[in-house]
Each structure stands twice: as structure tokens, then as C-alpha cells.
Design a protein around this ligand. Structure first.
Ligand SMILES: C[S@@+](CC[C@H](N)C(=O)[O-])C[C@H]1O[C@@H](n2cnc3c(N)ncnc32)[C@H](O)[C@@H]1O
Length: 356
């Protein structure tokens, strides 16, 4: 995923992600980039380059057209495929996370809850706990954007007593979540982070774990976060991004009405998790190999090495939605902030809690 976004930034071309994963060596990758550059030069402006085939029955979560929409269709295809592979693997039913995970190195840790003994994917759960840190979420409405296989949604509902909605671009991931995470305080929707299918000022907190690196328009995503957050609500954000992209995030937050409250680099903790678990996780996929190694940041893979070199940093950012500032929020309703208790009411559509 990170390789695809780096190529997008450097060459202004989109490579279908599945195709990218079929090019495990730099030599093969170079051929793909050359081919895409050539077809890009030949393609009329505004037309998607090598768009991924999208099923006619697929929900219309992706708005618009052009290279950004083509990229998102490609990521959706990739993550639908991940769901199918995990289903075939035998361990898929217990696999609720797709993030690289976090290992304590004895320095600053912020998780307030322990990961219970015997938890599957404990380092991934720990990453979510580090992100949440001291944020008070009991009875609050929380949206997890890019929820993947629903692990964070389930964690927030079960251990933080929040009312949680997960949204993801991948219909197959959402179908999995709806089947395995059942309860009155959880719900899942297919949707695009850049066009969230929720009303203004719906949530007390928005979480986003290792998903934003594939969004073609980070600004649109951050503006949407700000729009769906209530005044005083929290944006809890963690991802692996190139250093210059983190600078963009910092520059965007304030003008969009999201005040940076804390920032922590956790690359070393994430690398330690990859050292420990990435190779084992690769075996959960029915066709392990270089493509999956890269996806999981197995030591030696391009993604792992980018992290190791310092070119990409894994960070936790917490920002607060301020009153009035920034764009969006035109239809804003009165609301409790993240420091206050939510009402606990759940609508069938607003926030989607409980809707199946
Ligand atoms: C690496 S996985 C992380 C999943 C989950 N957050 C976790 O920690 O396990 C990235 C997820 O982001 C989703 N995603 C990618 N682009 C998206 C978009 N534009 N809108 C919503 N979800 C998206 C993918 O479908 C995938 O499920």
C-alpha cells in the first residue's frame, strides 16, 4: 500500500495495487512504472489509468472519477481479495486486524488497558490501545474509518463501552464484520473516507488506523473527519506515512479546524512488532510470497526497509475539533464533546449503530 502511494506521489501515476503486489522485485516494479508512465502519457487527461475492474453490483461508495477514483477502486479490489484469502486460510475467522501492531520498548506507552492473555494478534490490539490512550469514550459515539476486519470497532464497544460504527471501502470486509461482530453497540457501513456517509457533527471521536496512506486526497479525508465530529470531539489517527506527508498533515489540521493535541512517533515500536509477528502472519495467507511479505512489512520487504531507514514514519496524532473553525459543518447540530457523556441514543442511520 505504501509503495503504491509513494509511486503515486513520485510519478503521478496509479498502479493497480494487485498488479503492484505481483512485482516483488525492484526490477519488475520498474517495468510496471515504465508501462504505466507510457500509458499515462497516452491517456486523455482526466481518464483513469488502468482502472481496476469494478463489479457492477458493487456499492457505489466511490464518488467521482479520474485517477483518485481509479486508485480507490484498485484498493477496494485488493482488500476484497485479502478478505477472500483469509477466508480460505482457516485462521481468517479469528483475524480481526490488518495493522502492523505495536510492541512496548519500555519507553513512553499510553495504553490504559492490558491486552488479555491469549488474545489473537495482541500487538495489533495494543496499537489500537496506544492510539486511544487516555481518551474517555464511555457512552460516546465513535466512528472507525477504514475499519478493516472490525477489531477496533469491537474493542471500542466491548472494552470502552462506546457506540461504534465502522466504515470501510471494501464491501467484503464490511460483510465479514457484519457477520462476526454482532451486538447492539456496533454497526458497519461501506463508505469512502473522503466522502463519509454520515451527517455533520455525528461522532464524539473518529479513529483511523493504518488506512489513510491509500487515500488519494488526504485533505478531503481530514475535512470529512472535521465535518462528522461534534465540537470538542477527538480525531485519533495513526499510520505509516512518508515524512513529507506527515508535514502535509500537520499543515492541514489547523486550517481545517482540527487542533493538534499530541503527536508521537512509534516507528520503532511498530518495527519491533513486525520483527516479531510479520513472518508468522504471512503464513495466514494461502499464497505467501513477496507480495504478502510487503503487505505485512516482513523484515527485508520494501515497506519494512522504508520504515527502518526513517523515510516513512509511523505516528500517533490526536487532534481536537474546535468550535467554528475550518470548513464544513454547515448542517451542524448541537452536541456533546468528547469530554462529555454522549446521550447513548442510537439511530438506524445517523452513525449507523446497530444497523445491519
Ligand atoms: C491496512 S488495513 C487496516 C484495517 C484496520 N484499521 C486495522 O487496524 O486492522 C486498511 C483498511 O483501510 C480500508 N480503506 C482503504 N481506503 C479506504 C477509503 N478510501 N475509505 C475507507 N476505507 C478505506 C481498506 O479497505 C482496509 O480495510
Amino acid at each position: 500500500m505504501q509503495v503504491a502511494s509513494e509511486i503515486r506521489d513520485s510519478f503521478q501515476i496509479e498502479l493497480p495495487v494487485l498488479k503492484l503486489f505481483q512485482a516483488p522485485t525492484i526490477g519488475e516494479l520498474a517495468v510496471l512504472v515504465d508501462t504505466a508512465e507510457t500509458s499515462s502519457a497516452a491517456a486523455p487527461a482526466g481518464l483513469p489509468i488502468a482502472p481496476a475492474p469494478v463489479s457492477a453490483s458493487a456499492p457505489q461508495a466511490i464518488v467521482g472519477d479520474g485517477a483518485g477514483a481509479a486508485a480507490k477502486a484498485s484498493y477496494r479490489e485488493f482488500y476484497d481479495d485479502v478478505t477472500r484469502r483469509l477466508e480460505r486460510s482457516g485462521v481468517g475467522e479469528a483475524s480481526f486486524f490488518l495493522n502492523y501492531g505495536y510492541l512496548s520498548l519500555g519507553g513512553i506507552d499510553e495504553a490504559r488497558l492490558e491486552v488479555p492473555e491469549g488474545t489473537f494478534n495482541p500487538s495489533s490490539v495494543r496499537l489500537a490501545l496506544e492510539l486511544i490512550g487516555p481518551t474517555e469514550l464511555v457512552g460516546r459515539r465513535v466512528l472507525d474509518v477504514g475499519c478493516g476486519r472490525g477489531g477496533t470497532v469491537s474493542l471500542l464497544a466491548d472494552r470502552f463501552e462506546a457506540l461504534v460504527t465502522g466504515v470501510d471501502l471494501s464491501p467484503e470486509a464490511v460483510a465479514f464484520c457484519r457477520r462476526v461482530h454482532v451486538g447492539p453497540n456496533v454497526g458497519f457501513e461501506v463508505g469512502d473516507a473522503e466522502h463519509l456517509p454520515f451527517d455533520d457533527a455525528t461522532f464524539d471521536a473518529v479513529t483511523n488506523i493504518e488506512s489513510s496512506h491509500t487515500y488519494p486526497n488526504l485533505r478531503a479525508f481530514l475535512a470529512e473527519v472535521r465535518r462528522v465530529l461534534k465540537t470538542g470531539g477527538w480525531f485519533l489517527y495513526t499510520d505509516l506515512l512518508p515524512v513529507q506527508r506527515w508535514a502535509e498533515v500537520r499543515a492541514l489540521l489547523g486550517p481545517l479546524g482540527l487542533t493538534l493535541a499530541s503527536e508521537r512517533e512509534i516507528t520503532a515500536n511498530v518495527l519491533a512488532s513486525c520483527d516479531l509477528v510479520a513472518s508468522t502472519r504471512a503464513q495466514a495467507f494461502d499464497q505467501p510470497g513477496a507480495l504478502i511479505d510487503n503487505f505485512l512489512a516482513v523484515p527485508g520487504s520494501a515497506v519494512y526497509e522504508q520504515m527502518h531507514s526513517g523515510a516513512w514514519e509511523y505516528r500517533i496524532v490526536r487532534a481536537k475539533r474546535e468550535r467554528g473553525a475550518g470548513s464544513g459543518g454547515a448542517r451542524e447540530r448541537g452536541s456533546a464533546g468528547a469530554g462529555e457523556r454522549g446521550s447513548g441514543e442510537r439511530g438506524a442511520r445517523d452513525g449507523g449503530e446497530g444497523s445491519r
